[in-house]
Design a protein around this ligand. Structure first.
Ligand code: TXA
Ligand code: MG
Length: 318
């Protein structure tokens, strides 16, 4: 991490959920595992705590946060209207890697939603995350627990690398299951609109709600302003290569993909697209530690989880 980052506190690393819950109640910042990536949590209704969260991450103020709940009924407290198709999605995917964007209730502060009239909500499918939310008795606003612009963390060590000295506590847990973030779906119109592809695929969504679509890019920057910013980028050049990969990979570079890339200094051959997604961000961070300057990433077909993987690869390469 950058050496000029200002450290201001001792970060506790622990398995103690009750201590973490206490920190949340006191307005502190707590990183915790979820099934997607690690989140950096604060009391979603505490303006000052959320303000500190934006500062710790270096996050632009126009990028709203996802509020995490431990009970589907809590969605009612945070929103003013829930269309019936959103209820159907909740029944099918809560708990799980799906985030719903709904009209917000007045109790949700401006800072949490970046001034939008909507609020993003999800119920994580992870014991530690749910335990933390329940024990704190709070709704927990949590972006991914990386410094803004960097790859999302999939282990507590990744969080430590980015945020040691900037947050109160890290709950350890193990490497996250999916490795890519949740799917963000706007539920303010007549049918669901995907704002960010993620760990729940379009195919899984349309099996439950046939009329689910991807937003087009102009609609996206309007409904989800934060998506314009730099994202997922390691301290190395990311280059996309086709599958099959016919070009030679330079000997001092790294390769991640489904097949090929022989001769690369560091190489990860994934067993499946899901396995590729699971390992992508941790591979980026490993390349950084080994001082690798170029990471060659193989493209995959943009179907199923492949759509979210291609989204992250394209943003990392941008
Ligand atoms: O899997 C995940 O979603 C992880 C874990 C920790 O839950 N969280 C996560 O948060 O990825 P973050 O802050 O890195 O990404 C949140 C995404 C951004 O694309 C943001 O623009 C969008 O959700 N978002 C949040 N609130 C929104 C709103 N009210 N309207 C539209 N988009 C929103
Ligand atoms: Mg993020």
């Amino acid at each position: 991490m950058s050496t000029h980052s200002l450290k201001f506190k001792q970060t506790i690393v622990t398995d103690d959920v009750s201590l973490a819950a206490q920190r949340i109640r006191l307005g502190g910042l707590v990183a915790f595992p979820t099934e997607t990536v690690f989140g950096l949590g604060a009391n979603a209704l505490d303006t000052e705590a959320v303000q500190r969260l934006f500062v710790a991450k270096g996050r632009p103020a126009d990028n709203p946060l996802i509020v995490h709940v431990a009970n589907p009924d809590d969605v009612r407290v945070l929103t003013s209207r829930i269309p019936s198709y959103a209820e159907t999605l909740m029944e099918a995917f809560f708990p799980g890697p799906l985030t719903l964007v709904l009209p917000r209730a007045p109790i949700v502060p401006d800072i949490t939603t970046a001034g939008l009239e909507t609020v993003a909500i999800r119920m994580p499918d992870h014991e530690i995350a749910l335990d933390l939310i329940r024990q704190s008795g709070m709704f927990i606003a949590a972006p991914s627990a990386n410094r803004s612009g960097r790859p999302s963390p999939t282990t507590w060590e990744d969080v430590f690398e980015d945020l040691d000295g900037r947050i109160d506590l890290i709950l350890k847990g193990t490497q996250t299951q999916f490795g890519l973030e949740s799917t963000v779906v706007d539920c303010t119109g007549d049918f669901p609109v995907i704002l960010r592809p993620g760990s729940v695929s379009l195919e899984e969504l349309t099996a439950v709600q046939a009329l689910t679509v991807y937003s087009d890019s102009s609609e996206l920057s309007q409904r989800s302003p934060g998506t314009n910013h730099r994202h997922y980028q390691p301290n190395a050049r990311v280059l996309l290569v086709p599958n099959p990969c016919l070009d030679d990979i330079p000997r001092d570079a790294a390769f991640i993909g489904l097949a090929g890339g022989f001769g690369a200094h560091l190489r990860y051959e994934a067993k499946s697209v899901a396995d590729y997604a699971h390992h992508l961000f941790s591979f980026f961070r490993r390349c950084e530690k080994e001082g690798i300057r170029s990471i060659y990433c193989q493209k995959v077909p943009a179907v199923g989880i492949g759509r979210a993987l291609m989204d992250r690869l394209e943003r990392a390469a941008n």
